[in-house]
Design a protein around this ligand. Sequence first.
Ligand SMILES: [Zn+2]
Length: 223
Amino acid sequence: MIKDTGAVDAASILFNLDDYRVLSVEASSTAGRTVVVEPISTEAGCPSCGVLSSRIQARPVHRVKDVACGGKDLQVWVRKRRLACLEDACKRRSFVQCTEQLPLRSRLTTRLVGEIVDAGMNELRAVTGIARATGVSWPTVMRKLTATEKTVGDVDGRHVRWLGVDEHRFRKVRYVLGTTGKVMRVEPWSIVFTDLETGTILDVVDGRRGPTGNAKSSVAVPE
Ligand SMILES: [Zn+2]
């Protein structure tokens, strides 16, 4: 889904990763194409105390896996921000800014995880084929599929500190077997709830006709 992120340069619009802007793009005959992106927002809330900070301590750069973008030879690097917590009473001295597309410590974008889960649970494709098509390892595909199967429909008792809410376009209607044994129908336009600390997909609900408010309240969010 295309959202207005405020970015106006052509590369950011083409890359279309929510909440990120493209800093640079390079192409070489040996390494292929490389893109460097950074979060658009310059401030973020401390995950422990919630106080907003924009005081930068470091700018670590990490490589992440993403969906195909104009071919398979695209390397994606993210220039993150490690921000200092400005609250004296808070025990956390610093934290890394995270977003819905790149939860904490995640090496895969949420849109790529969505593609993997979609392929594994909807199309009944072999894990090896999904791994090849998405450019990630076989164990990573299995881990994402297993984590989603375990948690979909069983989120009531889960403690979630950072909740990500993202609209995802699945290719067609799909059916997910919840841990309670009940089969749930998932509409093509769905809202995906993600635990931003682990990258685990918690729940998938109908984004067009489903009771969105009720679905949100089914995820355990601390006061
Ligand atoms: Zn803090």
